[in-house]
Ligand binder design. Structure first.
Ligand code: AKG
Ligand code: FE2
Length: 256
C-alpha cells in the first residue's frame, strides 16, 4: 500500500470494514432520494435500492439539498472519524489528523456540478490562507458508498508524489478545480480508472492529478462517495507551486 502510494501517487483499492456505520449512512441517502428513483420494491437489499436509476436528472436545487443534508448528519461524521478509517491513514502517516475539508458527494446522472475536471486537491484550497487549511498537505481517502464502475468513478494519473502544484483556474459552481497543464504530456497508459465495491476506498496524494470520469449521456444511476482527508501532524512537508499560482496567493493574502 505504502509503496504504491509513494511511487504512483495513489494506493490500490482496499476494503475498510465499517459495516454498521456505512449501512446507517446508506439508509439516510436512500430516504432522501427514494421518491426520485424509478418505481421499485422497497424491501430489496438497501444496496440494490441505492443503485437504482433516477427517473430524471435531478436539478441543481435538489442536488444541493441532498448533498447538504447528508453532509450535516452525525452518521457521516461517525464514518469520517472511525478508527478503521484512521487505521487506513496510519499505513502512510505517523500521526493522522482530520483535515476540515471532507465531503459526501453525490454524482447524479448528468449533474454537471458533480463532475470535476483534472485537478490536484492541494490546488483547490491553495489560495485559502486559513491556518487550519494551509500547508497541511492532506491525503484523500476516496471512499465508496454504493460502489463505482468505469463510467462513474474517478480517474487518477500515475506519478511519483514529489511532483509540483500546477496553477488552477476557477470553475463556476465548484471552485479552483481545473489544473492548467500540458495535456499532451499525459499518456493514456498512465491514466487509471478505478472501480470499487461499497466500503472500498483508495488513498491519493494531494498532488495527484485526478478527475471524475466524464459523463455518458442517458446514464441515470447515482454514485455516492466520501472524500475523507487526513494529514500527518508529524511530517515536515514542502511543495513547489507554479509561479503564477504563487503570485495569485500572495496577491489574495495582501488584499484580505
Ligand atoms: O468524486 C469525484 O468525482 C471527484 C472527487 C474528488 O475530486 C476528490 O475526492 O478529491
Ligand atoms: Fe479531488
Amino acid at each position: 500500500m505504502k509503496q504504491s502510494y509513494f511511487n504512483k501517487g495513489f494506493s490500490n483499492v482496499f476494503l475498510i470494514n465499517i459495516k454498521d456505520k456505512l449501512d446507517q449512512l446508506q439508509r439516510i441517502v436512500y430516504d432522501l432520494t427514494k421518491e426520485f428513483l424509478i418505481d421499485h420494491d422497497n424491501t430489496t437489499d438497501i444496496l440494490e435500492r441505492l443503485n437504482l436509476p433516477f427517473k430524471a436528472t435531478p436539478d441543481n436545487k435538489l442536488w444541493s439539498e441532498i448533498m447538504n443534508q447528508v453532509n450535516q448528519t452525525k452518521e457521516l461524521n461517525n464514518i469520517i472519524n472511525d478508527k478503521e478509517i484512521i487505521k487506513a491513514f496510519k499505513t502512510i502517516f505517523k500521526e493522522p489528523k482530520r483535515f476540515p475539508i471532507c465531503f459526501f458527494r453525490a454524482r447524479f446522472p448528468s449533474q454537471q456540478r458533480a463532475l470535476y475536471d483534472w485537478h490536484q486537491d492541494e490546488g483547490t484550497w491553495y489560495l485559502n490562507n486559513q491556518n487550519n487549511i494551509t500547508k497541511k498537505y492532506p491525503t484523500t481517502l476516496w471512499f465508496s458508498i454504493n460502489g463505482s464502475n468505469q463510467n462513474n468513478s474517478i480517474q487518477l494519473i500515475e506519478k511519483p508524489q514529489n511532483g509540483k502544484l500546477y496553477d488552477h483556474s476557477y470553475v463556476e459552481g465548484q471552485g479552483y478545480f481545473k489544473a492548467k497543464f500540458d495535456h499532451t504530456k499525459i499518456h493514456d497508459s498512465s491514466i487509471h480508472t478505478i472501480t470499487t465495491k461499497p466500503s472500498e476506498g483508495i488513498l491519493f496524494h494531494p498532488l495527484t492529478l485526478h478527475r471524475s470520469v466524464p459523463a455518458i449521456s442517458g446514464d441515470l444511476k447515482p454514485r455516492y462517495s466520501i472524500d475523507i482527508r487526513y494529514y500527518d501532524s508529524a511530517a515536515q512537508t514542502k511543495i513547489k507551486a507554479a509561479w503564477n499560482f504563487k503570485i495569485k496567493k500572495i496577491y489574495k493574502a495582501f488584499k484580505s
